[in-house]
Design a protein around this ligand. Sequence first.
Ligand code: HOZ
Length: 428
Amino acid sequence: MIYKRSSALFAEAQKVIPGGVNSPVRAFKSVGGDPIFVKEAKGAYLYDEDGNQLIDYINSWGPMILGHAHEPVVNAVVEKAKKGTSFGMPTEIETEIASLAVSMVPNIDKIRFVNSGTEACMSAVRLARGYTGKEKIIKFAGCYHGHSDSFLIQAGSGAVTFGSPNSPGVTEGTAKDTLLAIYNDLDNVKEIVDVNKGKIACIIIEPVAGNMGCIPPKEGFLEGLRQICDDNDILLIFDEVMTGFRLAAGGAQELLNIDADIVTFGKVIGGGLPVGAFAARNEIMNHLAPLGPVYQAGTLSGNPLAMSAGLAMLTELNSNPEIFLSLAEKTAYLHQGISEALGKHKVTHTINRVGSMISVHFSETPVTDFSSAADGNNDTFKKFFHGMLDNGIYIAPSAFETWFITEALSYDDLDKTIAVVEKVAATL
Ligand code: HOZ
């Protein structure tokens, strides 16, 4: 495939945008080469500036669960836009989507909308600190909760790719309040809690990790965290920015049958527009301004375009719960096909999958945490990535990311993808 125009556009972009991108992973630094510039997208396909059609396994990093330019979402946004795009005043649609979200997600009474997953997680931690009166937080190495200062300590996603999981610019004062734990290691968490008795406000976790590839929680791990939190007056925050409204209507809480105290959202809840949200029971949410003392605000929060996209998306998911089953079946089919194709050519690999989230690791051992994810062979990943791209398949340009399956993918698309994997596997 030819990517001449994308490369030319990238060269222009680099003159006026740092690194030519507005979010680092997009720059292809971890796989080499120039990023693809998208012209448009429909259903399961991207169309780039050179006229190539690509099957998309990123789907805007999750939100396009029903495919790109999904008609009910597009129509809702277009109709809303004709009536004004932002007021900084309350609108009825905010209550509509809030009521729907509260009815879909377990264990929440109220939800506050913000503009991104970063904002949602940052605000959730502030709320947890305000509610408990404690300052320290526990996060897990390789989990990514957006780019707010407290989370850029051994963060996953682009932070790993660029070798700066601990970002310069985060002050020592901030960093000291973030305690780092090992994903899937309950004893490690217990030890940290024991050493910091009475000081920890919350444990924040991706219940299924998605920013070091896809890493499922081991059996009993989340239940163990729940117990530790209950025993120590610590709030458990599930970052469901990736898993929310994707793994089930009620997200990972529903699928894994564990209640968190605060849940954060992004991606699907915005239907592809910039939206985040955080939610909890009344007793916690009522600590937020204007009811309580914990401040959080935003002119574009609850923006009518974003709310209309999110409402259209959630309405469809809520009325067709079989979508989650269908997504999981497609992902399992892909898993098996990829595994057989790589196996035929004796390519060492591990595939992780939960629902419609999947990642391929060129690794001999199970990938269960950040250090096992980092053990994967990145040279093989690079070759695999470019082989797939040259054959019209777009996967995440980093081994530390998850592929997100969309319902718009047909079994023909999946078969085509598996055939490409087999072709590429022969070259690895
Ligand atoms: N942090 C996102 C992946 N986990 C990437 C966001 C983007 O580049 O759009």
